[in-house]
Design a protein around this ligand. Structure first.
Ligand code: ATP
Length: 304
């Protein structure tokens, strides 16, 4: 979905992006992380066709961003780290203005406003002046503006900054919803604990170079589970392979296995019931959570 190839960007006295190359698959949520000054904002601005790099290539959904910036704007949503709202407009007017600017027909604007304001929990603020909103509410309105035209790709620069814990949790849920709708997200943030909740991939940038790209979750709605039995079961692999929506990743001595499990917590519960119903002596069935913060710190330390 996103392909960046040997991208170089220079400010007057500084090379901010140095031969940056990466690929982001459709439907993923990629965390863009790195220390202050790594080049995250510059990279997102280049991808949003707001900066002209020295050289390199950026393709989003096969559109050459540098050659066709207008076309690119139609399919991406972008939230800047420092954004402005029209303070003297109401939230509804702000959203209406952006909807029209994004080419949404007048008769479809009300539905688009209702959809995004519901997703961002700002329905009760639609008739309030933007200038009177708190920092967190302004952030929500700005995110609503960024996605009002249902873009295929959403680029968000520090979207959680200024949000309270509850709003950050809701934001994580919104990102997963957007992903379910087929959107591809690239999210820059320093709040690794939150990125962990929804990111499928992580891109680590330092001093203008990509130093790591890792997959955190193979699939947003698949979780890795460790299943441990009290004693080995000879036909364990065959038995597990017959169960729907699970994939056997590793089998140690027919007693400890690693499974990829599709579905939500209810389906995970059903799976556990199924395993017990097969008389498997289950003594442990636990979700394996990758630790994005550890991976990140390890990468940064390793490459110092
Ligand atoms: P942060 O996490 O602090 O937001 P960042 O990873 O987003 O940082 P950028 O804002 O892209 O990093 O900055 C990359 C480098 O480019 C930094 O060294 C920064 O000082 C420099 N830089 C950014 N904007 C400009 C500018 N307008 N003119 C000159 N240098 C700039």
């Amino acid at each position: 979905m996103i392909n960046v190839d040997r991208l170089i960007f220079e400010y007057p006295n500084l090379r901010a992006l140095d031969e940056v190359s990466f690929y982001i698959p459709q439907g993923s949520i990629t965390a863009l992380v790195g220390p202050n000054g790594a080049g995250k904002t510059t990279l997102l601005r280049c991808m949003a066709a707001l900066e002209q790099p020295v050289s390199g290539d950026i393709r989003i959904n096969n559109i050459d961003v540098l050659e066709h910036p207008r076309e690119c704007h139609r399919i991406i949503g972008y939230l800047s780290d420092f954004f402005g709202l029209y303070d003297r407009l109401t939230v509804r007017q702000c959203l209406h203005y952006v909807a029209r600017a994004q080419g949404i027909a007048e008769e479809d604007c009300a539905a688009a406003i209702a959809r995004v304001s519901k997703g961002l929990h700002i329905t009760d603020r639609l008739d309030v002046l933007a200038g009177t909103l708190s920092r967190g509410l302004r952030q929500r309105v700005a995110i609503a503006q960024a996605i009002i035209h249902s873009p295929r790709v959403v680029l968000l620069d520090e979207p959680a900054s200024g949000l309270d814990p509850e709003a950050r949790h809701e934001l994580a849920e919104l990102f997963l919803e957007l992903q379910q709708q087929g959107m591809t997200l690239l999210v820059s943030s320093h709040i690794l604990a939150e990125l962990e909740a929804y990111s499928t991939d992580m891109l680590v940038l330092r001093e203008g170079k990509i130093i790591e790209q890792v997959t955190i979750k193979a699939h947003a709605h698949a979780q890795d589970f460790k299943l441990v039995l009290a004693s080995p079961v000879e036909n364990l692999a065959t038995l597990l392979q017959q169960i729907d929506k699970i994939k056997l990743l590793k089998n140690e001595y027919n007693q400890t296995v690693l499974l990829q499990v599709q579905g939500d917590s209810l389906q995970q519960h059903e799976l556990l019931k199924n395993l017990l119903a097969q008389n498997l002596p289950v003594c442990e069935f636990a979700k394996i959570t990758s630790n994005l913060q550890d991976t990140y710190l390890e990468t940064i330390r390793h490459r110092s």
